[in-house]
Design a protein around this ligand. Structure first.
Ligand code: BDP
Length: 674
């Protein structure tokens, strides 16, 4: 088992007669999936009906064990994947209405035209290649893109941004656009729309203009022509994703214009074709203002100024995809502008493709967070899915973790995060437990769960008790384990160097940009540790609505898992369990390491139930994760101890590394011990 089939492993299909009056490339896919994957009663008849039904959204469907009804061919396709999934996971099928939470469910690929992937840990790009003839489209390209499209469609993902947000202007040149067209043709019948990221200064970089000022008539004309050219090639092109005036990228502010000026100019040009602009709010500069406050300060004054085909793309937290962050205060605060969450599927800050971290609990925590912006119950989910605010577009995006590795994502368990992104984008009310349950069954079950139980030499019950349940539990505990051994209690961004992998709480005093150092974020000193974001500090809490604001401001009521995000806390502060902050830190780091050791045992015991290729891959990665977790614990405790001057509790095992050694080795390269 090389993992290439992910959660789409068709086993012993039964025969099914498909009844439908419709013919189209999408319906051909539907029939083929049923042929390969039907697990219902042998010889059943399945009736597919496409008719106008107001209770269904464009992609929605109704299913029973023998019927699927939808408004569109794509609705039927999603219905088929749902039906097959239920058959394969043994879930009883009731008739129900199944509408997606978000209209646009989009992967953001940070792929560069030379085939490398920014923050990618699973090999090179699926779309772009390096070298001579790199733009020639081959049969194997098409085959791969088709597999990719199918995987996405199977979990409802319906959009792909094909290149990095740090965009090359080359992407808008003829050769690249031809390749986008070729990709779009393969993705189209699966309902996956193509989008690209653009560089804001393209008019001057490749258009020969002297400016890229969004209010300049020639610039506007250039974009209009470019967009016309794109739609000629790709009539259903989705639109642009834009990182502008952000981390050194050019943008409207270079010309004294606002984000709204920039976004609207592009939106106007895309409007006649129904294209959209996903404009990122990931903006901050190295000034004296707390980085966590800057996006809100920039965008809230612009609320209401954006066109209705602009949607602001906001990372889940106010800083940057850290192991744990509070939700970005922009959610719920932008009331007259569509806003979409940006999640990170690739584990830039969560152990790359080496650490096992199932991200559903983190994303659920975020989506379920109450912003209180329209009273109690104004969750992030509701403030983005169109139920709380009247927005023309609803969308959610995830930074993809895919690459050319045979198993697509590097770590077998990282496949679950791609799966989860799709499932939550479709239905943000699914629980982490249910998604894990589905994924483990689809990915590892040796049984055709709906039917026979004879195949391997153990029973379905054995498999469920000794594999499914413990592995699921390991997944559910895994994100919190990473938080514990990396950054408990709201610590954030204390990595060594730009690889964002190993620990480096000491990192960066020599750097010019203070906001790119660890010291900026943890602020450890002889008195305590943590970033004071209350009124005595940066006052970032002002950006949250009451009663949350008061809750966060008060040391006693601030959730302990975000304590050091909002407060500078004395080392000897007594926490809820009666122990000091310092002792709690030590126990938490230790608990994180111990959890990984438990995962190793769970996985070793799972050996009889999993093929050897995936077994050894995961086993070896867990060993690596265990070593890394120990390094994180030692590095952080020994370093912070220099400020706390308190002993590591004596019932805990002592560090195994010397701080000075760790400083040298983690500065040089990420501690992956490969
Ligand atoms: C940071 C990444 C950087 C991205 C940036 C972004 O380190 O590579 O370009 O986010 O989202 O997390 O634009």
């Amino acid at each position: 088992q090389n993992g290439h089939d992910l959660w789409l492993q068709n086993k012993n299909p039964k025969t099914v007669h498909v009844v439908t009056a419709k013919q189209s490339p999408t319906i051909d896919i539907v029939k083929n999936e049923l042929l390969k994957g039907w697990q219902g009663t042998e010889g059943s008849t399945l009736t597919l009906t496409i008719k106008k039904d107001r209770s269904l959204h464009r992609d929605g469907f109704k299913i029973t064990p023998t019927t699927i009804q939808a408004n569109t061919d794509l609705g039927i396709l999603y219905g088929v994947y749902e039906l097959l999934r239920r058959q394969q996971t043994g879930i009883y099928i009731n008739e129900n209405i199944n509408n997606p939470s978000y209209d646009r469910r989009v992967l953001n690929h940070w792929d560069n035209p030379n085939g490398s992937i920014e923050r990618g840990y699973a090999g090179k790009s699926l779309f772009w290649r390096y070298g001579k003839d790199s733009l020639a489209v081959t049969e194997s390209d098409r085959k791969l893109w088709q597999e990719y499209a199918r995987i996405n469609a199977s979990v409802g993902i319906n959009g792909s941004v094909l290149n990095n947000v740090n965009a090359s202007p080359m992407m808008l040149t003829a050769g690249y656009l031809e390749r986008v067209k070729a990709i779009a043709e393969v993705l189209r019948p699966y309902g996956v729309k193509t989008y690209i990221s653009i560089k804001f200064s393209s008019p001057s970089l490749i258009g020969g203009l002297s400016t890229s000022d969004p209010l300049d008539a020639d610039v506007i004309k250039w974009w209009n022509n470019k967009i016309k050219e794109i739609y000629k090639l790709i009539p259903d092109f989705g639109g642009f994703l834009v990182k502008a005036s952000s981390e050194g990228q050019p943008g409207p502010q270079d010309y004294g214009r606002t984000h709204a000026d920039g976004a609207n100019m592009l939106a106007d040009a895309l409007k006649p074709y129904n294209g959209i602009v996903m404009w990122r709010a990931f903006v901050y500069s190295a000034n004296d203002e707390d980085r966590a406050k800057q996006a809100y300060n920039e965008f809230v004054p612009l609320d209401g100024q954006f066109r209705d085909n602009v949607i602001i793309q906001v990372k889940n937290g106010p800083i940057d995809f850290q192991p744990r962050e509070p939700f970005s205060p922009l959610f719920g605060a932008l009331k007259k502008t569509a806003i979409m969450p940006e999640l990170q599927i690739t584990q830039e800050y969560l152990g790359h493709s080496i650490h096992l971290a199932y991200l559903a609990p983190m994303w659920k925590e975020f989506l379920d967070s109450d912003t209180y912006q329209e009273g109690k119950g104004s969750t992030v989910a509701k403030s983005t899915d169109g139920s709380l605010f009247n927005q023309k577009i609803s969308a959610i995006s995830g930074v993809a973790n895919t690459g050319l590795d045979t198993n697509w994502t590097g770590h077998t368990f990282a496949q679950s995060n791609w799966y989860t992104f799709g499932r939550l984008a479709w239905n943000h009310e699914l629980s982490s437990e249910q998604i894990a349950d589905e994924w483990v069954k689809l990915t590892f079950s040796p049984f055709d769960l709906a039917n026979s139980q004879t195949k391997p030499d153990f029973s379905k019950n054995d498999w469920s008790n000794n594999f499914l349940q413990p592995v699921k539990q390991m997944m559910l505990d895994s994100h919190e384990a990473v938080v514990d051994y990396m950054m408990p209690f709201g610590l954030h961004h204390i990595f060594s160097a730009n690889a964002h992998y190993g620990p480096g709480p000491w990192y960066g005093p020599e750097r010019v940009r203070k906001d790119w150092t660890s010291l900026y974020y943890h602020k450890a000193d002889s008195l305590g540790i943590g970033f004071d974001r209350t009124t005595t500090g940066s006052n970032a809490i002002i950006q949250y609505e009451e009663p949350l604001r008061s809750q966060l401001s008060n040391l006693e009521t601030c959730p302990e898992n975000l304590l050091l995000w909002f407060h500078h806390v004395p080392w000897d502060y007594k926490m809820k369990n009666g122990k000091t902050l310092w002792d709690n830190l030590a126990y938490r780091y230790d608990a994180g390491v111990k959890k990984v050791r438990e995962f190793q045992k769970i996985w070793d015991m799972a050996k009889p139930y999993v093929d050897s290729e995936r077994f050894y891959e995961v086993q070896s990665k867990l060993r690596n994760q265990n070593r890394n977790a120990q390094v994180w614990k030692d590095a952080c405790l020994l370093y912070f101890q220099e400020f706390s001057n308190m002993p590591i509790p004596y019932d805990l095992e002592r560090p195994m590394h010397d701080l000075e050694d760790l400083k040298i080795s983690t500065m040089k390269r990420p501690l992956d011990y490969k």
